[in-house]
Design a protein around this ligand. Structure first.
Ligand SMILES: [Zn+2]
Length: 241
């Protein structure tokens, strides 16, 4: 039996959440999970339909993208995932989808403005959008370069505060401290894009949320004195969900 069974099970469950949440069609999208102690990542195999996936199909690679275990090739986006794991030290999962509202904003090359408190409950700034990739880089190590494009955009931004990004012309990536949180963040990313689209349809001049409200909503959930939610068993306030 595989010694990576538990990791594959978690990765499979995260991947299977994506169609359930309406975030993927056909074979699009992929979720991965890292075991930092063992230095390996479990990720969806490339091109397999979700309906046919079983946990054992998940592919194990190391952080340099070398195959460790699995009968299939890993997702073609694996190098983007592993670069994010190497660069963002505290993340436990990465999710990529082609969910329609997030893709629409990525194709429009627009960061998603922070217009309301639903957005501020999750991140204290606009959802960032990367720059364009040059032709030379597209012809090179494309998926690695996609990761670098994200890192470039996060210069001066906290990946902990902003666990999501739009890759220009492509689509969303999200991450989280846990794989489950990465799935949640990717679904919220789609929802925030949808809400922003509707808001700007109703009023193209809708203002950004006031900074005092951004601070209030972000800090009450994520700040040092967060008070949203229930006490966790370990005594910390449960501001995360
Ligand atoms: Zn993609």
């Amino acid at each position: 039996m595989s010694s990576y069974r538990d990791l594959k099970e978690i990765a499979w469950e995260c991947n299977m959440q994506l169609p359930r949440l309406g975030l993927v069609l056909h074979t699009f999208g992929n979720a991965s999970v890292i075991d930092r102690a063992r230095g390996v990542v479990a990720i969806k195999p490339s091109g397999l339909p979700y309906a046919e996936l079983v946990a054992e199909d998940m592919v194990i690679v190391d952080l340099q993208n070398n195959p460790v275990e699995g009968k299939y090739r890993p997702s073609s986006d694996t190098k983007t995932h592993t670069l994010l794991y190497r660069s963002f030290a505290s993340i436990g999962g990465v999710v990529h989808t082609h969910s329609p509202y997030a893709v629409a904003w990525a194709q429009a090359r627009r960061p998603v403005p922070i217009l309301g408190t639903t957005h501020a409950d999750h991140l204290p700034c606009d959802i960032p959008c990367t720059g364009e990739m040059s032709d030379a880089l597209i012809a090179g190590d494309y998926e690695e370069e996609t990761g670098k494009l994200i890192l470039e955009r996060f210069k001066g931004l906290s990946y902990r505060e902003t666990p999501m990004v739009l890759v220009a012309g492509h689509g969303p990536f999200a991450w989280g401290e846990t794989p489950e949180r990465a799935v949640y963040n990717c679904s919220m990313l789609e929802e925030l894009c949808r809400i922003a689209t509707l808001t700007l349809e109703i009023n193209p001049d809708a203002p950004r949320l006031k900074q005092t409200l951004i601070d209030k909503h972000y800090q009450r959930k994520h700040g040092p004195a967060s008070y949203y939610g229930q006490e966790n068993p370990d005594g910390k306030t449960g501001g995360k969900q």
